[in-house]
Write a protein that binds this ligand. Structure first.
Ligand code: TYM
Length: 331
C-alpha cells in the first residue's frame, strides 16, 4: 500500500479548480491507500490573516472536505497546525535548502512581482514547509493540480538531499499524482489560465455557490465577438469556457457547441447558459452537504481531534527516527 499526502490552504471557500485538480482525487484515493489529507493553515500565515478569518477558513475547508466525501474513518483528515512535528521537520529541512534554489521557485517569483510589500521568509521557504508536510508521513503519491508540479520537484530534491547527506534510504521520492492522467489546470472565467481566488474571485466557481450566483458569474464570463472563419482557433477566454464545459458537461454537449463554433453559428449566451446549468448540477450535491455540516460543530470537533491524533502518531514516528539519524540522541 502506498502513502498519500496532500493539503489545501484555507483562504476562503474551495473552488472548482481545487476540487477537480485535487480534492476529487483525495476522495478516490482514500479507499485504496494510506491517506493523509490536511488543511494547510501554517502555509496561509504568509498572507497575514486575522485570527477570526483564519479560524473561519479552516472550518470552511474542513466542512468542504467532508461534503465532498472524505471519510475520517478511511483517511486521516487533520489541521496542519495540530501537528507541530511538521514545524520541526520544516526547520531541519531549511538547514539544507539553499536560498538560491528557493528564490528561483516560480511561485516565489510570482509573489515578488504581485505583492512586493510582503515578501516574508515564510514565502521564500514555502516549498520547504510543503516538503515537510509530504515527507513527514513518508508519502509516495501527492494528488495535486498542475501548479504544484515544481513544488513536488523541490520536495524530491530535499528528500534526496537528506538521504544523501546522512547516507540513508529513509525518505521516498514522492510524485504528483492524477490517476495516470496529466495534472490538471482548471481555467478561470475571466480568460486567465488558472482559476484562482487570489487573482480574481469572479473567475471562480465555488463549491458553496448557489445556482443563481453560478449563473451570474458564468453569464459575465469573458468572450469575444465570435468566430468569422470556419474552424478558427479559439481565443483563450473562449477556449476556457470549452475546457470548463468538458469538465462538467456530457461529451455530446461539448461536441454540439464545438460544431456551432466551427461553422460560426455559435451564440455565446447559449453556451454560457448550458455551462452554468451543468456547473450548478455538478456542485449541487456538495453545496447541500456543506449546508448540513456547517452547523454541526460537535462533529467537526470530533473529526479534527481524531485526525490530529492519527497524524501525530505517524509524524512522531518519523521525527523520532530522523532525530536518531541526524545525531540528536539522549545522554
Ligand atoms: P492551494 O491551496 O493553492 O490549492 C489546493 C489544491 O488545488 C489545486 N488547484 C488547482 N488545480 C487545478 N486547477 C486550478 N485552477 C487549481 N487551483 C488550485 C492545487 O494544485 C492544489 O493541489 N501549496 C499547496 C498546499 C499544500 C500542499 C502541501 C499540497 C501545502 N502543503 C503538501 C500538497 C502537499 C497550495 O497552495 O495549494
Amino acid at each position: 500500500m502506498e502513502t498519500v499526502v496532500s493539503g489545501i490552504r484555507p483562504t476562503g471557500n474551495l473552488h472548482l479548480g481545487n476540487y477537480l485538480g485535487a480534492l476529487r482525487n483525495f476522495v478516490k484515493m482514500q479507499n485504496q491507500q494510506r491517506c493523509f489529507f490536511f488543511i494547510a493553515d501554517y502555509h496561509s500565515l504568509t498572507t497575514h490573516p486575522t485570527p477570526k478569518d483564519l479560524h473561519g477558513n479552516v472550518k470552511n475547508v474542513l466542512v468542504e472536505y467532508l461534503a465532498c466525501g472524505l471519510d475520517p474513518e478511511k483517511a486521516t483528515l487533520y489541521i496542519q497546525s495540530d501537528v507541530p512535528e511538521t514545524a520541526e521537520l520544516y526547520l531541519i529541512l531549511n538547514m539544507n535548502a539553499y536560498v538560491g534554489e528557493l528564490e528561483r521557485c516560480t511561485s516565489f517569483k510570482d509573489k515578488v512581482r504581485t505583492q512586493p510589500n510582503n515578501i516574508n521568509a515564510g514565502l521564500l521557504t514555502y516549498p520547504t514547509l510543503m516538503a515537510a508536510d509530504i515527507i513527514l508521513h513518508k508519502a509516495t503519491k501527492v494528488p495535486v493540480g498542475k501548479d504544484q508540479e515544481q513544488h513536488l520537484e523541490m520536495t524530491r530534491t530535499f528528500a534526496k538531499r537528506f538521504n544523501r547527506m546522512y547516507n540513508v534510504e529513509y525518505f521516498p521520492e514522492p510524485v504528483a499524482y492524477n490517476f495516470g492522467e496529466e495534472l490538471l489546470k482548471v481555467p478561470g472565467l475571466d480568460g486567465s489560465l488558472k482559476m484562482s481566488k487570489s487573482d480574481n474571485e469572479n473567475s471562480c466557481i465555488f463549491l458553496a455557490d448557489t445556482a443563481e450566483s453560478i449563473r451570474k458569474k458564468v453569464m459575465k464570463a469573458v468572450t469575444d465577438a465570435g468566430p468569422t472563419q470556419p474552424n478558427e482557433t479559439k481565443p483563450q477566454a473562449v477556449e476556457n469556457l470549452f475546457s470548463l464545459l468538458k469538465l462538467v458537461s456530457k461529451p455530446n454537449v461539448v461536441q454540439h457547441f464545438d460544431a456551432l463554433y466551427n461553422d460560426c453559428t455559435i451564440r455565446y449566451g447559449d453556451l454560457k447558459k448550458q455551462l452554468a446549468e451543468d456547473m450548478a448540477i455538478f456542485v449541487a450535491p456538495i453545496t447541500e452537504k456543506i449546508h448540513d455540516l456547517a452547523s454541526n460543530d460537535e462533529y467537526l470537533h470530533r473529526v479534527a481531534k481524531l485526525g490530529a491524533e492519527k497524524a501525530r502518531e505517524s509524524a512522531a514516528q518519523t521525527i523520532k527516527e530522523i532525530r536518531e539519524i541526524i545525531g540528536f540522541k539522549s545522554f
